[in-house]
Ligand binder design. Structure first.
Ligand code: FES
Ligand SMILES: [Fe+2]
Length: 404
């Protein structure tokens, strides 16, 4: 159980908030790169509680600027892109990708051009995504995690529907080794059925371990048949499950954008063009109506991502941790909260939090994909080797008796 103050400290993402300042020390994907084209050169995004516009200027440069024009506040989403930047549609103030004001029609106002700097953030295009850094300069590197940096295979991207809840409950789920055999016991594609729905397949997974690694937390689930799998939480907002980075980008305090980046190694070490520019799939809404909140919508429960979204959203827009009752199985969640609090404190002391890489030539960081039994699939994040188990599985035909 946390106090209201502790809960606020972990969850709020806007400028100047403790977790918001922590999150601003990392690069985050903010859009799918191929959404920006000559025909559609601007896109509105809200990231870490800030309203922003990405644009592709006629020189091929990407920029990320505050949405509201510094003149009188019209949205730059409707700006016209030019060789030198983006021109506000209202009176034509022209901005470059660094937020410099280059023109101030109708006059040329040097005082304003020299003294006003429009808010701008650095962006870069990598593996089919546009990444932004919203923290203090100098910006670190995007860490070369294997899923992002390896070239010996192919990639794909899945964009999930907008999550109507706070980012931190999605990450507590990423640190939660006990939910998968229960919440995901009956997703589509699962052929085995458990002996009862209360315990699901949890008895196939009699123990779990977790330990800190340089970039977050490594978790290990130990199965009855002697197998185990490892899949890490990459601090602060990524779960690596199989070959997939499930990236949970905080949009604002009560919305999170989930984009999955999957890497699959080739057998012969060859590279596929999709390793650089991956195909993109946009998942259909997971609830009906798609924009309503619980209980005024019905969440779908057929697939692993749908089941996770149900659990995350129905914990409330921001989970009320003053009302919870933690048990021993939640000890990795307690560890994640402590790790997050420690790194918030580091940022407050002017230090880099864990996982910040400043060497642009840093070697590829191995997150141990090969040790994840789900590595060949990985897109669902199910993490379910239950088919290997002999422990408590019963045939599907026995299901009605087992559930009775
Ligand atoms: S509001 Fe943008 S130029 Fe006037
Ligand atoms: Fe899950």
């Amino acid at each position: 159980m946390l106090s209201i103050e502790e809960n606020e400290r972990l969850t709020r993402v806007g400028p100047g908030t403790p977790a918001g300042e922590l999150l601003r020390r990392y690069w985050h994907p903010v859009a799918v790169a191929n959404e920006l084209t000559d025909e559609n050169p601007t896109k509105f995004v809200r990231i870490l509680g800030e309203d922003l516009v990405i644009f592709l200027d006629r020189s091929g440069r990407l920029g990320l600027l505050a949405d509201h024009c510094s003149h009188r506040g019209a949205s730059l989403l409707y700006g016209r892109v030019e060789e030198r930047g983006i021109s506000c549609a209202y009176h034509g103030w022209l901005y470059d990708y660094e937020g410099n004001i280059l023109e101030t029609p109708p006059e040329r106002n040097d005082a304003i051009m020299n003294s006003v700097k429009h808010k701008a953030y650095p962006v870069q295009r990598l593996v089919g995504l546009i990444w932004a850094y919203m923290g203090p300069q100098p910006a670190p590197a995007i860490p070369p995690y294997d899923v992002i940096a390896r070239k010996d295979g192919k990639r794909r991207i899945t964009v999930h529907p907008m999550l109507d809840c706070n980012w931190f409950q999605t990450m507590e789920n990423a640190a939660d080794p006990t939910h998968a055999p229960i919440l995901h016991q009956d997703h589509s594609g699962q052929t085995a059925v458990p002996v009862n729905t209360t315990r699901g397949f949890i008895d196939d997974q009699p123990s779990f371990d977790f330990w800190p690694v340089e970039y977050g937390i490594m978790k290990q689930r130990n199965f009855l048949n002697g197998e185990s799998d490892q899949h890490p939480l990459v601090f602060p907002n990524i779960l690596r499950s199989g070959g997939t980075f499930q990236i949970r980008v905080p949009v604002d305090d009560t919305h999170t954008w989930r984009v999955d980046l999957n890497f699959q190694a080739s057998d012969d070490g060859s590279s596929d063009p999709s390793a650089v520019d991956p195909p993109v799939r946009y998942a259909e809404p997971y609830k009906d109506p798609p924009d309503a909140l619980h209980p005024f919508t019905r969440m779908q429960m057929n697939t692993v991502p749908q089941q996770d979204h149900m659990a995350w959203e129905t914990q409330r827009p921001i989970s009320d941790r003053t009302a919870e009752h933690l048990a021993d199985g939640d000890r990795a969640i307690v560890f994640l909260r402590r790790l997050t609090m420690e790194n918030i404190s580091k940022v407050e002391q002017g230090l880099d939090p864990i996982g910040v890489i400043r060497d642009p030539a840093h070697p590829i960081i191995d997150t141990n994909i090969a040790n994840d039994l789900n590595a060949s699939g990985g897109q669902t994040g199910a993490g379910r080797p239950y088919g290997l188990s002999t422990g408590t599985l019963v045939p599907r035909s026995a299901r009605s008796r087992a559930e009775a």
